[in-house]
Ligand binder design. Structure first.
Ligand SMILES: *Cc1c(COP(=O)(O)O)cnc(C)c1O
Length: 428
């Protein structure tokens, strides 16, 4: 178990009667009721991850805004809302989901480079805490929409600190050539810009340098830069009272160590702790990543000559990360093999007609057969939220477990229901 399932947190996952279980519930039992594939979340682990991080930064007065895009499932967000979470949203849809889960508007922060007028207007109408603006153009747009409503919008400016996060290129966001934030060098423009924007109040700066960052060094560099810029802007007369430090805290997908909450807290304390501002962070992955797995059944074991293929009933439309980010997910059989059982190398693939529909290559696993269940570990973040219906496949369901009970929180959306979303014009 320990060897096979390194990435399954033991507080939530264990073995009961030789079978993998979540909070004491046999995964095979859930699979028999729900069918496969499906996402499976542990409420206990969600709370544990939340509390570890929130408790570590609490002494520094840091507000924690959960980044909804990592996993916006209704039950998952409800668990976090009840823990007192705020939210970091990147769309009007996520605003609706955050409010639905019971997160108060005044604990919601809105990030993103391309907010629409309708999204900004709605954010102002429901009275969210802060809009993180990513350009001078957006500041002007917010000003106009706030003016039309007779309100003053509280805005933080997302700054691009030009720091290399040392992570995968597709999830690096804090380098100058990334589309995110305003160049630190161009902030001098603010003095004049803000004079003419009467309906915008600049309350602080925001930064988010990327995702799955495993060392404190890039955070320290970015936070220090933010502290310097905050002091500079204050010296020029801007009354900054907030600093949003973003998310991106890395977790172990294989043998690496994650970014420890205590180390993050210490980095925050030493870089911005004495700035005299209200601090906030926006964790996504580190809250939900290891609280979720994707459960799948082996459809075929295909002997490809040199390579043996484990063909699953889950595919890249259900879990996009390996295709998109070359990410690693441990593959764990639900029935534990006997000690010392033979292992062979498999390429673990889905059924979709693309070679990128591959979850793992040359993975050493116990011998498996069609019908066996496996889980793909560490799939709680950027898994179900990125799922689609490519190849006219069903939209994958999501199940949550809490203290020995389980419930389907999103049911499987079959193709018949998907057809009902579409029409053929009668003039065609
Ligand atoms: C995606 C995102 C986050 C969360 O990133 P994680 O790596 O999941 O912690 C936080 N803030 C902003 C602005 C984001 O875009």
């Amino acid at each position: 178990m320990i060897d096979l399932a390194r990435r399954l947190p033991p507080s939530a996952f264990g073995v009961v009667d030789g079978q993998l279980a979540v909070e004491g519930v046999a995964i095979a039992h859930i699979a028999a009721e729900v069918g496969t594939p499906f996402y499976l979340y542990s409420a206990k682990r969600l709370r544990e991850n939340w509390r570890t991080l929130a408790d570590a930064v609490a002494p520094l007065g840091v507000a924690v805004h959960y980044a909804m895009k990592a996993n916006a499932n209704r039950a998952v967000v409800a668990v976090l809302a009840r823990e007192g979470a705020g939210a970091d949203i990147v769309s009007g849809g996520e605003l609706t989901r955050a409010l639905d889960a019971g997160i108060p508007a005044n604990r919601i922060v809105f990030s993103g480079v391309g907010k629409t007028d309708a999204e900004i207007a709605r954010a102002l109408d429901v009275g969210i805490r802060q809009i993180n603006a990513e350009s001078f153009e957006e500041l002007a747009r917010i000003d106009a929409l706030a003016g039309a409503r007779g309100v003053v919008a509280e805005v933080a400016l997302r700054v691009n600190p030009d720091v290399d996060a040392g992570t995968h290129a597709k999830i690096t966001t804090g380098k100058r050539d990334n589309k995110f934030g305003i160049d630190a060098d161009r902030l001098a423009r603010l003095d004049n810009e803000l004079k003419v924007l009467a309906n915008v109040r600049l309350v602080g700066l925001a930064v988010h340098i990327g995702s799955q960052i495993l060392s404190t060094a890039p955070f320290a560099a970015a936070y220090r830069r933010m502290a310097d810029l905050t002091r500079e802007l204050r010296a020029r007369g801007h009354a900054l009272t907030r600093l949003d430090l973003g998310g991106g805290f890395g977790i172990p997908y294989r043998a690496e160590a994650g970014l420890a909450a205590a180390d993050l807290a210490e980095t925050i304390r030493t870089t911005v702790g004495d700035l005299g501002v209200e601090l906030a962070i926006e964790p996504g992955r580190s809250i939900v990543g290891d609280a979720g797995v994707l459960v799948s059944r082996v459809a075929f074991v295909k002997d490809g000559g040199d390579i043996r293929f484990l063909v699953l009933d889950a595919a890249m439309n259900d879990l996009m990360r390996p295709a998109m980010y070359d990410s690693h997910h441990d593959v764990v059989p639900v029935r534990m093999p006997a000690p010392g059982a033979e292992r062979i190398d498999y390429d673990v693939v889905g059924p979709i007609c693309e070679s990128s529909d591959t979850f793992a290559r040359r993975r050493s696993l116990p011998i498996l057969a069609a019908g066996d269940l496996v889980v793909l570990a560490t799939a709680g973040a950027y898994g179900a939220t990125m799922a689609g219906t490519y190849n006219a496949r069903a939209l994958v369901p999501e199940v949550i477990v809490d203290a020995g009970r389980f419930a389907v929180t999103r049911r499987r959306i079959e193709v018949e229901e998907q057809l009902s979303w579409e029409t053929v014009p009668d003039w065609l």
